[in-house]
Ligand binder design. Sequence first.
Ligand SMILES: NC(=O)C1=CN([C@@H]2O[C@H](COP(=O)(O)OP(=O)(O)OC[C@H]3O[C@@H](n4cnc5c(N)ncnc54)[C@H](OP(=O)(O)O)[C@@H]3O)[C@@H](O)[C@H]2O)C=CC1
Ligand SMILES: CC(=O)N[C@@H](CCC(=O)OP(=O)(O)O)C(=O)O
Length: 305
Amino acid sequence: MARVFIDGEVGTTGLQIRQRLAGRSDIDLISLSDDRRKDISARLEACIAADVAILCLPDDAAREVVKAVQGHDVRLIDASTAHRIAEGWVFGFAELTPDQRRTIAAADRVSNPGCYSTGAIALLRPLVDAGLVAPDAAVSINAVSGYSGGGKAMIAEFEADTAPPLFVYGTDQHHKHLPEIMQHGGLSRRPVFSPSVGNFAQGMIVQIPMAVGPGDIARLRSALADRYADAQFVEVADGPAPKRLDPTELNGTNLMRLHVGGDDDLRTAVLYAQLDNLGKGASGAAVQALNLMLGQPEETGLTTR
Ligand SMILES: NC(=O)C1=CN([C@@H]2O[C@H](COP(=O)(O)OP(=O)(O)OC[C@H]3O[C@@H](n4cnc5c(N)ncnc54)[C@H](OP(=O)(O)O)[C@@H]3O)[C@@H](O)[C@H]2O)C=CC1
Ligand SMILES: CC(=O)N[C@@H](CCC(=O)OP(=O)(O)O)C(=O)O
């Protein structure tokens, strides 16, 4: 039985991971009482006692743990932004390339992808690899997230009714997901990224508009379908995108659905990724990586519907 400790288990991401692992007979969950859950020595002791520790903490707190457990046997999955492009860390998006599952399975340090990044990288990487998007292309990414993406503080703001129905942010183009989108999406030129948060708790759509030529829409669709042909948690929709896309449609699942909309005759297309920001965009992806690291079937404890 594998011993697993979730550091930050009562936070938004930690709680969802705990729910996904509850009841699993192959996992012994180490838990700290409420009065010890922020005590650094208790947390380090729990990490060191675990086979795998999953860090669901702010970046600085995650860095502190990573440094302190150096030299110990524990394997780490870090849900924070701290190590997503760091040397020695494997990016935890299992569908990134045909080899990524094997690389995650053998890794001691896995960084869990950001929610927006998961959608953007899933759309971009196969197209860059297929030569349909140049690494230095001028790429724009727009997205809308449910407010749970902002963690406990943003949830409180929306639930207190003090937030507007929707806001756009990241207006300075410094959003924390841009480095990982570039590195793992295969881009050499920084994309323009315009995220937003709507007044709904959970769910996400990432959109990439692009100019296309004759036949390109079918090529885009088929490059995505080829990359994800054997992926249980990434689906590529056949044919035109639906007239309306609902960001909440895949909530509660670990599924991400990709669509290609547009019209070759009009020379315009939009790529869409629909996902649960707390599912495939966070906790579901962490459990998927954990399963791979433990040699369990990738889908154990995860739902597609
Ligand atoms: N929400 C999301 O969609 C996603 C979040 N993430 C990442 O996961 C991490 C956690 O985010 P999220 O769950 O949203 O955040 P939350 O604010 O919901 O939860 C963070 C948890 O960590 C606890 N915590 C904070 N500082 C410390 C510390 N020094 N020692 C121990 N515990 C601490 C908090 O305690 P307290 O309860 O007392 O505040 C809280 O329970 C972040 O790095 C975030 O970037 C990743 C993917 C998606
Ligand atoms: C709505 C909202 O605020 N979202 C967060 C990202 C959520 C997420 O996936 O990110 P991390 O794993 O990188 O924390 C933000 O824009 O900072």
